[in-house]
Design a protein around this ligand. Structure first.
Ligand SMILES: Cc1ncc(COP(=O)(O)O)c(C=O)c1O
Length: 460
């Protein structure tokens, strides 16, 4: 694994990094004694670091982003061609790739019709929050302003996106938060809060109704949910959950916002995660996989009914959506997204995600038979998690440091996996896997073999 494709001396880069870079999500004290990790090259499923060490990437760029894999020249060429022709104009005007990608995207999303561009998942979600607030002001006398979010879900890093965040460790020390966001309980069946109910899915959805009734239905404008919770522990919705959520939202006139920032563009084997569950959203947001990290782009997609609410009174100068995202006008984003989508279609990557996802799940179940520390295995498509526990009977979560040791051992082997990271106090115990949608059977087996070795090493 140590055949270096990159042999240049990059010590100057390491020095510059150590002296000036502030990396994301990491305590920097350690870099006084060890080198920061610098990734210099990627091809397909693999990346090479500054020392030439090769890694199999089982998390698509660390955070479930590079859906079509590294080194895609056709995307680079599409972006290059577009930049030379026309790189940027504010999105108050259209662009050729912007229009064409919106059309292609909407073809995959029956019932939705309008695409609003910005440049990160957090921002795409903030657009929805602003739209919901404006709808409340213009159509409900300012009353339906509250937005529900779910325990364990994550919707982004800005203060208001954090206000909609159900992961306490992400939020801690960043308050005060934006008012008007209200939490509903999680739907992780493995940690069933309603053991006496006949159907966990129905009970978990009914818990949302309880919150609605407590808050007052006429105060709630929308609910924001991940179709499959990602960083909160790869939580697939229980049977019957989404249908009941839909019924409850229709009953109380609450708009459904589905955050597809992780699940969007094929991760679960369908174009969008919600399409597995028959739900009809009013808003869908997406980012990471839209251009697989080849350009920064996010989309807030909505229905014609929502769109119409912002043009019903052209004589009122305050009635339209008065929002702009400067880099939402970068033409590189939709140019990359168009080619990214072509690749997913032409290489049949949705089917590959289903086939390889089934293999990954099967392998993980095999590991669970062998390792008592695996309490639960869950996932959809190439998006899987294994929750580690110190006792299967009591479901006591495994020590976070031991879970981190498994991730570190995989890294030492040249395998990059993830875990719930500084998100849920006491529950950062789920290993996370989201390989690129191009993964082969050998890649999948290499991933689970590496985890097997790491579990033996850490837990015996
Ligand atoms: C479900 C979900 N929504 C939103 C975001 C925020 O996206 P971004 O980091 O692009 O702002 C993330 C990021 O991990 C996410 O997992």
């Amino acid at each position: 694994m140590d055949n270096a494709p990159y042999s240049n001396d990059i010590s100057a880069v390491v020095d510059a990094d150590r002296a000036h870079l502030w990396h994301h999500l990491i305590q920097h004290k350690q870099f006084e004694t060890i080198d920061p990790r610098i990734i210099v090259e990627g091809k397909g499923m693999r990346v090479w670091d500054a020392r030439g060490k090769e890694h199999l990437d089982a998390v698509s760029g660390g955070v479930w982003t590079v859906n079509v894999g590294y080194g895609r020249e056709s995307i680079a060429n599409a972006v290059r061609d577009q930049l030379i022709k026309m790189n940027y104009f504010a999105n108050s005007a259209g662009s050729i790739p912007g229009s064409l990608f919106a059309k292609k995207l909407i073809e995959k999303m029956p019932g939705l019709s309008r695409v609003y561009y910005s440049n990160s998942g957090s921002e795409a979600n903030e657009k929805v929050f602003k739209m919901v607030r404006q709808i409340s002001h213009r159509h409900h006398g300012g009353k339906k302003y509250k937005i529900l979010y779910r325990e364990r879900d994550y919707h982004g890093t800005t203060i208001t996106a954090l206000s909609a965040g159900g992961q306490p460790q992400r939020v801690m020390q960043y308050g005060p938060l934006t008012p008007g966001f209200v939490e509903v309980p999680h739907c992780l069946e493995y940690r069933n809060q309603y053991p006496d109910s006949e159907s966990y899915g129905i009970a978990a959805a009914n818990a949302i109704e309880d919150v609605i009734l407590r808050e007052g239905p006429d105060t709630i404008g929308a609910i924001c949910l991940e179709p499959v919770t990602a960083g909160g522990g790869v939580i697939t919705p229980p049977e019957g959950y989404w249908q009941r959520v839909q019924e409850i939202c229709s009953k109380y006139d609450i708009l459904i916002h589905i955050d597809e920032v992780v699940c969007g563009l094929g991760r679960t084997g369908t174009w969008f995660g919600y399409q597995n569950y028959g739900v009809k959203p009013d808003f869908v947001t997406m980012a990471k996989g839209v251009a697989s990290g080849y350009a920064a782009i996010s989309c807030t997609v909505t229905t014609e009914a929502v769109f119409d609410m912002f043009k019903d009174n052209p004589s009122d100068p305050m009635s339209y959506f008065r929002d702009i995202s400067t880099f939402g006008g970068c033409a590189s984003g939709p140019a990359a997204a168009l080619e990214n989508m072509r690749i997913i279609e032409d290489e049949n990557l949705l089917q590959n995600t289903l086939t390889m996802g089934a293999r990954l799940m099967n392998n993980l179940h095999g590991l669970a038979e062998k390792h008592k520390v695996i309490g639960d295995v869950r996932g959809k498509g190439l998006f899987c998690g294994a929750e580690l526990v110190s006792d299967r009977q009591t479901k006591e979560p495994a020590d976070e440091k031991m879970v981190a040791a498994v991730v570190a051992d995989c890294m030492a082997q040249g395998l990059i996996i993830g875990m719930t990271n500084r998100s849920l106090p006491g529950f950062n115990n789920t290993l996370c896997l989201s390989p690129a949608l191009i993964a082969s059977a050998n890649d999948i087996d290499e991933i689970t073999d590496g985890i097997d070795k790491a579990l033996i090493k850490v837990f015996g």
